[in-house]
Design a protein around this ligand. Structure first.
Ligand code: ATP
Ligand code: MG
Length: 446
């Protein structure tokens, strides 16, 4: 960038210098021409007014040549030479021009091009032509003679331009370099950067932070996935090896090991299914025009499905709520939310506990709520349980077949469908998780 700016600045400077010289040449030659012809016209006028009197002809400055030419082109008088030695002048442009138009101007260069002769000719009343001429050093010659001096000046100017452009480029680029160098610093000294670049800087820094954050999340996620996959796979492989080596002899032991293998395989399958769901949610691979479902029906179906789990744990499941709550959420997402919340409430409950599920539509909001009087979530864990793989008590959760992805999926679905999650929990007292969808916010059909 610096190189480019420098190069462009130098090009502009050199172009400006040469343009200025060219312009000076054009103006100078035009001015010279006008002044010389004015002087010649004035002399011709003077001679004509004095009726070509000899006194006036003698008084004309010696650098002005006066010639009087007859209408047939023969020279009648010449202040520099004997007229009889001079050729017919009819073919001279200023003479023929004056005979035709009354007056005419011409410039002729000497053979060496070092001098120019300016001619002004005027047709007099008598029919003769009065011509005055003056020799001048030619403009080209003048310019050539000053070329060494001009080149020296140009060289000095180019060097000055180089120095100026170097410092100017530095002053332009330095604030940008500063942004790049300090991208990772928390605060940017806004006085040091261009005001126009402040929004851009904020955006770039935010993107930088986001990239680092998502790289961290991805790394953590991969480590978690690998770990979670390894545990059931090690168990499956271990139990299968024992059976293969004939270590397990008794039938009931084989059944026990097969059962363990089945449990681990189921755990693996659940984990992989959850990861697929999350990656689909991350990639926003779902059609965002979700179908409208009767949420009440889905809740009731889930309650029925999970009642077996609840019975096993002697947990009382109760549904209380409306029969019709139409939400634009899609069947798959509705089942995912209800299953995860109710399953958690059963899983993290105590023997003989209860789970109360409510669903209310008050016209402006639809609220789905799952309450339990289970183990509860300690305060310090509450804002982390929606993170992927986060479990309050890892060993207890694993023992209950938990992978720590359920609530992360619920949170993602809520973000997509406009649901707001609220959590209230007290250790050893119980947990209440509610999700509210605002009817107006498009996702819900009244
Ligand atoms: P998964 O749902 O993926 O099978 P999981 O139940 O362990 O596994 P989440 O549903 O995401 O994972 O829950 C995260 C953690 O939050 C759980 O491990 C548990 O510690 C805590 N938790 C969730 N719901 C409750 C609840 N109702 N009572 C107490 N703790 C809960
Ligand atoms: Mg769960």
């Amino acid at each position: 960038m610096k190189k480019k700016i420098n190069l462009r600045m130098i090009c502009i400077s050199v172009f400006s210098i040469f343009s200025a010289i060219l312009l000076m040449y054009v103006i100078f030659s035009a001015k010279l021409k006008t002044e010389v012809f004015e002087e010649l016209k004035f002399a011709a006028e003077l001679i004509d007014n004095a009726d070509l009197s000899e006194d006036v002809l003698d008084a004309v400055p010696t650098d002005i040549r006066v010639t009087i030419i007859n209408a047939d082109g023969s020279v009648k008088y010449d202040s520099y030479a004997d007229p009889s030695t001079l050729q017919n002048h009819l073919n001279r442009p200023e003479v023929s021009g004056a005979l035709l138009e009354g007056e005419h101007e011409d410039i002729r260069n000497s053979t060496t091009m070092s001098e120019s002769i300016f001619y002004y000719a005027k047709k007099l009343d008598s029919g003769t032509v009065l011509r005055v001429g003056k020799e001048y050093e030619s403009v080209v010659h003048i310019v050539w003679s000053v070329i060494p001096a001009v080149l020296a000046v140009v060289l000095i100017l180019v060097v000055i331009c180089l120095i100026v452009s170097f410092f100017l480029t530095k002053s332009i680029v330095d604030p940008i370099d500063d942004i790049v160098d300090n991208l990772e610093r928390k605060y940017i000294d806004e006085d040091k950067i261009y005001p126009e670049l402040i929004p851009f800087t904020h955006k770039i820094r935010q993107q930088h932070v986001d990239i680092l954050e998502s790289a961290n999340i991805r790394q953590e996620f991969t480590a978690n996935v690998s770990h979670e996959l390894k545990t059931p796979l090690t168990a499956i492989s271990g139990y299968a090896e024992l059976i293969e080596n004939g270590v397990v002899k008794k039938d009931e032991d084989v059944i026990h090991f097969a059962n363990e293998i089945h449990k681990s395989a189921k755990r693996l399958l659940n984990l992989i299914n959850d990861i697929i769901k999350l990656s689909k949610l991350d990639a926003k691979a779902y059609d965002s025009t979700f179908e409208v479902v009767n949420f009440a029906e889905i809740v009731k179906d889930t309650v029925e499905m999970l009642s077996v789990n609840a019975d096993k744990r002697r947990v009382q499941l109760r549904y209380q709520g409306c029969d019709n709550a139409r939400i634009r959420i899609g069947k798959e997402f509705a089942e995912e939310i209800t299953y995860n919340l109710i399953e958690n409430a059963i899983k993290y409950n105590n023997d003989g506990g209860y789970v109360l599920i409510t669903l209310n539509n008050n016209g402006s909001n639809t609220e789905f709520q799952v309450s339990d009087n289970g183990i509860g979530i300690p305060k310090e864990h509450q804002n982390r349980i929606f993170e992927r793989f986060y479990r309050v008590d890892k060993s207890r959760s694993r023992e209950r077949q938990g992978t720590g992805l359920g609530l992360a999926i619920v949170k993602h679905i809520c973000e997509l469908t406009g649901g707001v999650i609220n959590l209230k929990s007290y250790k050893d007292e119980g947990t209440t998780i509610s999700i509210t969808w605002a009817n107006e916010n498009s996702k819900i059909d009244k």
